[in-house]
Design a protein around this ligand. Structure first.
Ligand code: NOJ
Length: 537
């Protein structure tokens, strides 16, 4: 039988901004539970919940201070258990988000670790002596994820440096210490015991670094749309990291019901597939190239072909157009909702596991917020950049802009929290027009398109497990592929185009004319066609 994670579709919930059940302006676990029917009715198979564990919330949950407790503002352990059970009661799966690479600097382990060189937790994090006479130069040239800053932070108490791949308040755990490994594996089991179906693994590719602290090669190159000056040969996707994937998988395999691991990893597809270890490693890895798509048929064809080549069945590509870190897709297509519809068609008809970020289904755009007021710690790093430079990047460096509260309806506070309460981030001012209630049941709305696509996908073996073959001889501007007996076509160009494919129309986006032996697609349109008439009986 095909395991659930191969055919599922994932809905990402960012708890702080999803639904506030107790009126403090912050989303919470009971709020998510209240909205599970919404996710289920849309047709998703899996809910991925971003971190809700105890945390000082400097990186809004990606800085954990206790992996086995729920942050007070989000609820209790009982709520977490109820969330798991309620998801299951609706026939869906649930994945939690594990931050294995680093903890908060407020985690008791780190507080202890930084206190001296001899305490019992001294070696739980990655500590090293500095260079230079007084040791005040970082141990080597490793850069943080912020690109321009060192990965090392000085601690006066130890007169040593600790590593922080992300931000200074997120010290990296030393996974080469067997006690650390054991403690983290215990946490994995803690949640598996409660019945969670799997985990999204935060910056998984960065966990195992070169123990010799070898300098990374200086080789400026673009990477996923961002410049990289020092390549991360010794700090990312190391062979030891691939082994760790297999160790974690072995833990999951101790449990019934195919628990699954989905890695947040960065790199070229031929490297990333190493994490899957031919079925013995992670189950899925995010492929983030779509986050920086060009709205262009040829760009999509080439990107999909590269993934198909590297992730043939039973491996599955895992496509992402949006998440809580990157610009909303609508802002990448100049707010053109027809293009957003075409992108939804592509995302949900490709082979693999699609992930949709809350709000994507109604075409939420980035909420423009002044850089200087940002709560996002990443924005504070780049705060000195002038706004006009930031505006030209085509990316948001203030992740608050994609994390504003979910737009449920047109009432005060968009139905996210009660009227009169101040939500933790301001609402997107578009919410009176762009909200779920306004699109629900409305023919032609993006929300209903997502529902139609997800319903089609859920009921179609061709879409879930059928092979994918690119269609040949298409006019430039048209993206086309076959999924078993289905044909998917999308006109991403600016002219009406006719192709020599046709079939029974299962779903259309934009303006199309399906004739005998040919289909005409107007700009920003697409179809799903069935080519073989199914046999009755
Ligand atoms: C990736 C997460 O998606 C992001 O939100 C977080 O800030 C970093 N990892 C650090 O944990």
């Amino acid at each position: 039988m095909t395991p659930w994670w191969q055919t599922t579709s994932i809905y990402q919930v960012y708890p702080r901004s999803f639904a506030d059940s107790d009126g403090d302006g912050i989303g919470d676990l009971p709020g998510i539970i209240d909205k599970l029917d919404y996710i289920k009715d849309l047709g998703f198979g899996t809910v991925w919940v971003s971190p809700f564990f105890a945390s000082p919330q400097r990186d809004f949950g990606y800085d954990v201070s206790d992996y086995e407790a729920v942050a007070e503002e989000y609820g209790t352990l009982e709520d977490a258990q109820r969330l798991i059970d309620e998801v299951h009661a609706r026939g869906m799966k649930v994945m939690f988000d594990l931050v294995l690479n680093h903890t908060s600097d407020q985690h008791p382990w780190f507080i202890r670790s930084r206190s001296s060189r001899t305490n019992p937790k001294a070696d739980w994090y990655i500590w090293a002596d500095g260079r230079g006479k007084d040791g005040r130069r970082p141990p080597n040239n490793w850069k943080s994820a912020m690109e321009f800053t060192s990965a090392w932070q000085y601690s006066a108490a130890r007169r040593q440096w600790y590593m922080a791949t992300f931000l200074p308040f997120q010290p990296d755990l030393n996974w080469r210490n067997p006690e650390v490994k054991q403690a983290m594996f215990d946490t994995v089991r803690f949640w598996l015991d409660k019945g969670v179906d799997g985990f999204r693994l935060d910056i998984f590719g960065s966990i195992m670094k070169d123990p010799g602290l070898t300098n990374n090669p200086l080789r400026p190159r673009m990477h996923n749309g961002f410049p990289r000056i020092v390549q991360r040969v010794h700090t990312e996707n190391t062979p030891d990291n691939m082994v760790l994937a297999q160790e974690l998988r072995a833990i999951c395999n101790e449990y019934p019901g195919e628990r699954a691991l989905l890695g947040e990893v960065f790199g070229p597809p031929d490297v990333l597939k190493g994490y899957l270890a031919e079925g013995a490693g992670l189950n899925l890895v995010f492929l983030f190239n779509f986050l920086t798509f060009r709205y262009d048929a040829d760009w999509f064809r080439q990107t999909i072909e590269a993934f198909e080549q590297n992730f043939p069945a039973p491996m599955q590509p895992t496509y992402v157009l949006e998440n809580h870190d990157r610009s909303r897709l609508l802002d990448r297509v100049d707010g053109d909702r027809r293009k957003a519809a075409v992108l939804a068609l592509i995302l949900l008809t490709l082979r693999g596991v699609p992930t949709v970020y809350q709000g994507q289904e109604i075409g939420t755009s980035n909420t423009r917020l002044p850089f200087k007021d940002a709560l996002d710690p990443v924005a504070t790093v780049y705060r000195r950049l002038p706004q006009f430079v930031v505006d030209r990047l085509g990316e948001t460096l203030n992740r608050d802009e994609v994390r504003t509260p979910m737009q449920w309806d047109a009432s005060a506070n968009a139905g996210f929290c009660p009227a009169g309460v101040t939500p933790w981030l301001p609402l997107n001012p578009e919410y009176p027009n762009v909200n779920i209630a306004a699109q629900q049941g409305q023919d032609g709305s993006l929300l209903e398109l997502y529902r139609r696509l997800l319903t089609l996908r859920a009921g179609s073996a061709s879409l879930q497990t059928g092979p994918l073959a690119m269609l040949e001889a298409l006019p430039p501007g048209v993206l086309g592929y076959r999924r078993a007996d289905l044909i998917i076509l999308a006109n991403m160009g600016t002219q009406p185009l006719t192709v020599r494919y046709s079939g029974q129309l299962l779903l259309d986006v934009g303006e199309v004319a399906v004739g005998t032996g040919r289909t005409t697609l107007f700009p920003d349109s697409g179809v799903v066609l069935q080519t073989v008439v199914p046999r009755l009986s």
